[in-house]
Design a protein around this ligand. Structure first.
Ligand code: NAX
Length: 329
């Protein structure tokens, strides 16, 4: 039997947490031979619900699940973590500007970054889901001295999965046929789902779907606005699909990427594709056989794509300005 790995999850009693934990505990993420310990972090008002979730984890009698800890103490919650999934944050309320939300949630991620640096493994990997996830990841990374910058990620995989489904439905093919779909920039309404480089069954999307107006208009808008459409239909924000995307991200970052393909996740930019170094921006990523990752180079960026990417990067720059006081020099 392998040594157990430890996964810390914040917001563990929330709706994404509920759709996430049981799949991690079942072995569906780290493998059917990999034992897992869970450290579940909630704020005080969430501790009652968290107890209930922990009771349900008990009631599954998962063969691979080891120790389960529920806590509101960050040092205890991130202790010895191999992975930290930062899901918990405050939802946007009526009348709240995006800027206000960035300020409120940003403060959560300074403390979490510091606690990860104190008690998680130095090799810990951190995936931020709680919104605004790119900038929250930037804050956590900037406050986690001693943890490599390349270990911090923010989730844009839900956007990638949404874009693949939309293209597959338009082309009348199965969603597994769509590859090389990159989400560029911010996980927000400015994100750019890049259809210009995506493939359907190995052929450029633009050859399979010749309706250029749809690709440049409705397709992009549908992906960008999908979260709002789910809220309208379901009366609650995406949860199962968000949890699924978080797990897809972890799986893609822990297994080699199929030859020629890539996956989308926001990483700390090294300046590739003219994206300002240091911003947490989504781009095409490959995981190598040794478990490290790299930005896929040489993906063509045409004039249309350039404008869309630049607009999203400008927004990331504005978000960083808004939280400048939370980022140590
Ligand atoms: P819920 O409101 O159901 O759950 C959030 C949980 O986090 C609650 O149980 C709350 O008590 C807890 N929490 C709040 N502050 C905390 C803190 N400081 N430490 C630990 N726990 C804390 O929200 P849910 O639907 O689970 O969504 C969680 C986050 O995911 C939200 O920020 C949401 O905006 C974000 N999303 C991100 C997506 C992405 O693609 N990156 C898509 C889905 C989702 O909208």
């Amino acid at each position: 039997m392998k040594a157990p790995i430890t996964v810390s999850v914040t917001g563990a009693a929330g709706q994404i947490g509920y759709a996430l934990l049981f799949r991690i505990a079942s072995g569906a993420v780290f493998g059917s031979d990999q034992p897992v310990n869970l450290r579940l972090i909630e704020i005080e008002p969430g501790m009652g619900a968290l107890q209930g979730v922990m009771m349900e984890l008990d009631d599954c009698a998962f063969p691979l699940l080891g120790e389960v800890v529920g806590t509101s103490d960050l040092d205890e919650g991130f202790k010895d973590a191999d992975w930290a999934l930062l899901v918990g944050s405050v939802p946007r309320k009526a009348g709240m500007e995006r800027k206000d939300l960035i300020g409120i949630n940003g403060k959560i991620f300074t403390g979490q970054g510091e606690a990860i640096a104190r008690t998680a493994k130095k090799t810990a990997k951190v995936l931020v889901v709680g919104n605004p996830c790119n900038t929250n990841a930037l804050i956590a990374m900037s406050n986690a001295a001693g943890i490599p910058k390349e270990n911090f990620f923010a989730m844009t995989r839900l956007d990638e999965n949404r874009a693949k489904s939309q293209l597959a439905q338009k082309a009348g093919v199965h969603q597994s046929k769509v590859t090389n779909l990159c989400i560029w920039g911010n996980h927000s309404a400015t994100q750019y789902p890049d259809f210009t480089n995506a493939l359907i069954d190995g052929k450029p999307v633009t050859e399979v779907i010749t309706d250029k107006a749809w690709l440049e208009g409705e397709f992009i808008a549908t992906v960008q606005q999908r979260g709002a459409a789910i809220i309208k239909a379901r009366g609650a924000s995406s949860a199962a699909s968000a949890a699924n995307a978080a797990l897809d991200t972890v799986i893609s970052l822990t297994n080699p990427t199929p030859e020629g393909d890539w996956h989308s996740v926001a990483v700390c930019s090294d300046g590739s594709y003219g994206i300002e170094a240091g911003l947490m921006a989504s781009m095409p990523i490959r995981t190598k056989a040794d478990g490290t990752w790299e930005v896929v180079q040489g993906v063509p960026v045409d004039e249309f794509s350039r404008g869309k990417i630049d607009a999203s990067i400008d927004e990331l720059r504005e978000e960083r300005e808004a939280v400048a006081d939370l980022i140590p020099a």
